[in-house]
Every structure is written in structure tokens, then in C-alpha cells.
Design a binder for this molecule. Structure first.
Ligand code: HPA
Ligand code: ZN
Length: 343
């Protein structure tokens, strides 16, 4: 047998690595095949003739370009079963990639705005998460995001809708169009969310300036920053993030597709690790950006020449940054250590 090329060896190492995903929008895991199936089931017209035509439309020059198509795509999600099928398809996919635990975002306002009840969305997703635990052995939790292009009042109403379901929703986040919608716009909503015991995170520094990351830290008091790429422009901010050990949920293929980086060779992930930032790898919207967890790990590992130690650090950061109970966290860390020793 010829010896495996080093690249293949890294790919195999990534495939076997026990991973945790912390930045995944469930609506962004809607594959074109399921989009067509749900359109047919719900008797809806969609503006595409084929799966190929849908994929060809996924050519974005910035975040807003993507969001326009992402909100259009989610129109096919109407019934509880649609949300179940969407979520179970994602879990099936990642369970084949050795993702042991996943923390899933959903955008309730993207559905309630079009007349789909909050409970329809929540029940479909949570039923699939439960089946994911028992049938696929993937543990999970759910995080509700506020759409930052909508008003503070709308976000507050959404938070109130979630209060009876605190046993099902672990945290709240902030997503959608970043520029012009700083975290400070939602300071009161997040204050109430904190008082109610939710975990807190926000997208910041994807397109927005370092000031938005400062606001997420100081005004929203986040447990994690989603993306955070532009933090590197501000030395004091980097020092603060390192000192506090604030995790960054980085999404390499998303950054490439949304032109946050021109080329993966320019991706700041390695620099983040070198600076001592607690960076993790995630897929964001895998159906739109060309890959799930393994594809993200592989693309960035090859582009930045990451070795096994760097990949183990990234996987360990993911476990440590997760909102797992201490027993679950220790078990996963032990599994990762076992994998490292055998490698
Ligand atoms: N950024 C902001 N909002 C989003 C994203 C993202 O990457 N994906 C889905 N909603
Ligand atoms: Zn995101």
C-alpha cells in the first residue's frame, strides 16, 4: 500500500476528531433538495426550476446578499413537521461527521413575521433534537436569535414569547444585518434575558467594527462572540478577549462565501490561536456556504497549514466553550484526549 499523503492524513484526522458545533443557524442548513420537497408538500411556488439553479444563485458578495436569499429560502418552512425534517436532516449529517454536541440557533422572527406560530417552530425543532439524542447520539441545545434589523420592541416581544419555554431554550443571540444595528440597540432586551437566566451571545465583528464587539462584551455581557473576526483590528480588544477567555465561534467557509476574507489563505484563524484567543470552528449556514463541520476544518487546515496540535486545540476550545453540563464536558474532553493519544 502506498503511504498516505500528508494531506490525506490530516483529512482522516479531522474526520475522526470528536467535534462540537457552536455556531449553526438551523434555517441555514436547508439544502436545496429539501427546499423543493417542502415547496411541493406545502404547494408553494419557488423562484427556481432546479436544485442546480438554486445552488448557482448562492454567489454572494456580502452578508446582506446572503440574507436576502436565506429569508426567501425559509418561506418553505410552514408546518411543525417541516421544522422537524430540517433539524433531523442536519443532525443526521453531522452525526456522520463525529459531531458529538451541537448548539443550534433559530430565528423565530423569520417565521412569526410570516404567520407561522412560535410554538410550531419550537415544537418541530425540539422534537428532532430529542430524536437526535436518542437515535443519533448527538447532544444539543437551542439558542434563539433576535433579528437585529428589526426593532428592539419586536425583540422584546419575542423574548416574552420564549419565557414559558425556558426549559427548551438555553440562550439568546443576535444575528442578521450587522452594519447600522449595533448590539447597544438591544441592551435592554439582553438585560432582561440575563435576568431570566438565558446564556448570552451575539454576532459581532463579522462585518461590523471592533466597537460592536466591545458593546457585545460591555453592554450585552456575552458569554461568547459569534464570528469576531474584526476584533483583530484592536489590540486592546484582543487583550480583553484573551484575558476573559471569551470564545469566538469562527466560520471559515462562511467568511469566504460572504467575502469577509478574499481567500482562505488570508483567514485570521491561525493568528487568533497564536494570539491566545479561544477560537472554535463552525459551519454557520452549511447549505449555503458549501460545507458542514468537516469541510470547514479541512478547508482551513489546508489553507493555513494547521497541524494536528492546532486542530486538537480548536476541537478542545469547542468543547470548553460549549454550554454542556460539567459531566458531559469532562466526558468529551476525555474522549478528545484519548483520540489525541491514539493519533
Ligand atoms: N451573520 C448574521 N446573520 C446570520 C448569519 C450570519 O453569518 N447567518 C444567518 N444569519
Ligand atoms: Zn451566524
Amino acid at each position: 500500500m502506498p503511504k498516505a499523503e500528508p494531506q490525506d492524513e490530516i483529512d482522516l484526522f479531522i474526520e475522526g476528531l470528536p467535534k462540537v458545533e457552536l455556531h449553526l443557524h438551523i434555517e441555514g442548513s436547508l439544502e436545496p433538495e429539501l427546499m423543493f420537497e417542502l415547496a411541493q408538500r406545502n404547494k408553494l411556488e419557488i423562484p427556481f426550476k432546479s436544485v442546480e439553479e438554486v445552488r448557482a444563485a448562492y454567489d454572494f458578495s456580502n452578508l446582506q446578499d446572503f440574507l436576502d436569499i436565506y429569508y426567501q429560502g425559509m418561506n418553505v418552512l410552514q408546518k411543525e413537521q417541516d421544522f422537524y425534517d430540517l433539524t433531523y436532516a442536519y443532525l443526521s449529517q453531522v452525526s456522520k461527521q463525529n459531531v458529538m454536541h451541537t448548539e443550534i440557533f433559530f430565528d423565530p422572527q423569520g417565521h412569526t413575521e410570516r404567520g407561522v406560530p412560535f410554538e410550531t417552530v419550537l415544537n418541530g425543532i425540539t422534537r428532532a433534537l430529542e430524536d437526535g439524542r436518542t437515535k443519533l447520539y448527538v447532544t444539543s441545545s437551542l439558542i434563539m436569535c433576535f433579528l437585529r434589523h428589526l426593532s428592539e420592541e419586536d425583540a422584546m416581544k419575542t423574548l416574552e414569547q420564549a419565557l414559558p419555554y425556558k426549559d427548551k431554550i438555553l440562550g439568546v443571540g443576535l444575528d442578521s444585518s450587522e452594519m447600522g444595528h449595533p448590539p447597544s440597540k438591544f441592551a435592554r432586551v439582553f438585560e432582561k434575558a440575563r435576568e431570566e437566566g438565558f446564556r448570552i451571545m451575539a454576532h459581532a465583528g463579522e462585518e461590523g467594527p471592533p466597537e460592536y464587539v466591545w458593546e457585545a462584551l460591555d453592554q450585552l455581557q456575552v458569554d461568547r462572540i459569534d464570528h469576531g473576526n474584526r476584533s483583530l483590528e484592536d489590540e486592546k480588544l484582543v487583550a480583553r478577549l484573551v484575558k476573559d477567555g471569551t470564545p469566538l465561534t469562527v466560520c471559515p467557509l462562511s467568511n469566504l462565501k460572504l467575502c469577509v476574507v478574499k481567500d482562505l489563505h488570508d483567514h485570521p484563524l491561525k493568528k487568533m490561536l497564536d494570539l491566545g484567543l479561544k477560537a472554535t470552528i463552525n459551519s454557520d449556514d452549511p447549505a449555503y456556504f458549501g460545507g458542514y463541520m468537516n469541510e470547514n476544518y479541512k478547508a482551513v487546515a489546508h489553507a493555513l497549514n494547521l497541524d494536528k496540535d492546532a486542530l486538537l486545540t480548536l476541537a478542545r476550545n469547542g468543547i470548553e466553550a460549549g454550554f454542556l453540563d460539567p459531566v458531559g464536558k469532562e466526558a468529551l474532553l476525555g474522549q478528545l484526549d484519548g483520540y489525541a493519544k491514539a493519533a
